[in-house]
Unconditional design. Structure first.
Length: 94
């Protein structure tokens, strides 16, 4: 099972491949990442992937727009609430 590692806090959560990361906030107690809207609008869960950004699924247009508004490059940052855990992923809080 893939793991999501929050580098800043050394928190690790394991989940089935294809699990929306938003489910990890609600059901598995992922607490080290601030979240507010859970819809990819507020940007509170912005992270910088340390591993391959593709391990967190596709970047959708809405997420890309929010990242650009926050002056974060969509090819370097993600909003965790919009990600899907595909493979082991390590991220840093933005």
């Amino acid at each position: 099972m893939p793991k999501l590692i929050i580098k800043d806090t050394d928190e690790t959560i394991e989940a089935e491949a294809g699990t929306p990361v938003s489910d990890l906030f609600e059901f598995d107690g992922l607490r080290s990442v601030p979240v507010n809207c859970m819809r990819g609008i507020c940007g509170s869960c912005a992270v910088k992937p340390v591993t391959n950004i593709a391990h967190l699924g596709e970047v959708h247009e809405g997420e890309k727009g929010t990242l650009e508004i926050l002056a974060l490059c969509p090819s370097e940052y993600r909003l965790l609430c919009q990600c899907t855990l595909v493979r082991d992923s390590e991220v840093e809080l933005a």
